[in-house]
Design a protein around this ligand. Sequence first.
Ligand code: URA
Length: 242
Amino acid sequence: MSETSVRLDFFVAHAAGVTRKQAKALIRAGRVALLDGTGQPRAGKANTAVAAADRVLLDGQPLALPGHRYLMIHKPAGVVCATRDGTLPTVMDLLPGAERENLRIVGRLDRDTTGLLLLTSDGDWSHRLTAPRQRCAKRYRVTTAEPLSDSQARQLADGVVLKDNPRPTRPAGVQRLDSGGLLLSLEEGRYHQVKRMLAAVGNRVVALHREAVGAIELDPALAPGEWRQLSAAEVASVGADA
Ligand code: URA
């Protein structure tokens, strides 16, 4: 099944507002018709992939999927950003079953990192947040092993060279906090970037929390492990492709 196609039972469940079990029963009962782009009937079973050009009818009435889904999760420590993992709990386990399908994770966080994680079914939207040339800022609250020195703050702001890439990191926003930690704003998303940047200047991350991605801030009403749909304004804040 391609990344953009969905199973027939998923399509019927979401478009008709019924459970997957009910959708399967409707398909089995012959009440769902699947037509290809030329209007010819196709055999449709629960696991048949519905292509973009297909039409789906329930009792002769056309069904349409509701629009894309956009969610934020307050990621707790200890869960992995994966759709499936043999041993560890994943962020998908935090969502009810019907919400999980077809969702992709927008910009992964390490297992021990907490904070704002976005998920969506909209590949273009996800791309606009993650493509390097879009330079979308991510803001992290960083707790360090040692208070950040002036020299370390300057190096982080100017850019540091990480082991796997001779090109220095892009200029970053650095704000030291009275608590001893810092807020770090990055326009890139290299592998373990925050931890490696702090290590490169001779310090160490002991806790990492993402507060914002672009204009989308983690909702303070969400406890770790909780999620909500994004508002229309939050979705729209991710502008059209540059
Ligand atoms: N940088 C890191 O090192 N880890 C994260 O989870 C996110 C950014």
